[in-house]
Write a protein that binds this ligand. Structure first.
Ligand code: PXP
Length: 240
């Protein structure tokens, strides 16, 4: 199972003071050295963390691949078509949210997201759609001919007790269904060092995208150690 390291919150710290440190380029390079299989970043419409320039500077530097998260809007699609990351993950975005709060609604926005996905695919970018673990949404992904999904694990992370178990069951079912239909399945959001184990046990998942918890852990044990520790947990539990 692969680990995609989301470096948005390295940029959050930089933007808090408008400095040029900490460097997102160093963060990406060191994460790759510590075992990251891809580098994920989200260019938000409000530019609260990543800036346009970061994308252009990171792209030639990455030894693994860039997974760029974007809202499905013209401005962002234009930038993606210029930067040409290996992967684009389309995510819903609301300005007032603290983080990406839900999955895309592919039923409501079918035509819009299908057209954007087709444009990106035609430019050689692999498209992933960020959705909740819901079979109806997966059916729409298949109808759009998009090859990859990322399942939102935020509810699993937030819930406790029975609700957490039910959400985990839904994630497992969604993974099995999507795999059977030939999709590549990633997952992420809200995963940390104590809750990632149950998700990592779902062997059919290709990649977990994790950011906030790794940045937080790095404060105490260092960035490379934090990435390596997460990679170790994922690898161990994916085998068990
Ligand atoms: N995957 C997607 C699609 C996201 O939007 C985010 C948050 O930017 C993540 C994964 C990583 O979430 P977290 O920072 O909670 O690990």
């Amino acid at each position: 199972m692969n680990l995609g390291v989301n470096i948005d919150h390295i940029a959050t710290i930089r933007e808090a003071r408008g400095t040029n440190y900490p460097s997102v380029l160093d963060a990406a390079t060191l994460a790759e050295k510590a075992g990251a299989n891809s580098i994920t970043l989200h260019l938000r419409e409000d530019r609260r963390h990543m800036q346009d320039n970061d994308l252009y500077e990171l792209k030639p530097l990455l030894k693994t691949k860039m997974n760029l998260e974007l809202a499905p809007v013209d401005e962002m699609v234009k930038i993606a078509l210029d930067v040409l990351p290996e992967d684009v993950c389309l995510v819903p975005e609301r300005r007032e949210e603290k983080t990406t709060e839900g999955g895309l609604d592919l039923i409501k926005k079918f035509n819009e997201i299908r057209d954007i996905s087709n444009d990106l695919t035609a430019a050689g970018v692999r498209v992933s759609l960020f959705i909740t673990p819901d079979i109806k949404q997966i059916d729409k992904v298949i109808e759009m001919n998009v090859p990859v999904i990322e399942l939102h694990t935020g509810s699993y992370a937030d819930f406790t007790g029975d609700l957490k178990e039910k959400e985990l069951f839904k994630i497992r079912q969604a993974v099995q269904y999507a795999k059977k239909e030939g999709l590549l399945v990633n997952a992420g959001h809200g995963l940390h060092y104590e809750n990632v184990q149950n998700i990592a046990r779902i062997k059919e998942i290709h990649e977990l995208n994790i950011g906030h918890a790794i940045v937080a852990k790095a404060l105490f044990i260092g960035w490379e150690n934090a990435v390596a520790e997460m990679k170790k947990i994922i690898t161990e539990y994916a085998k068990s």
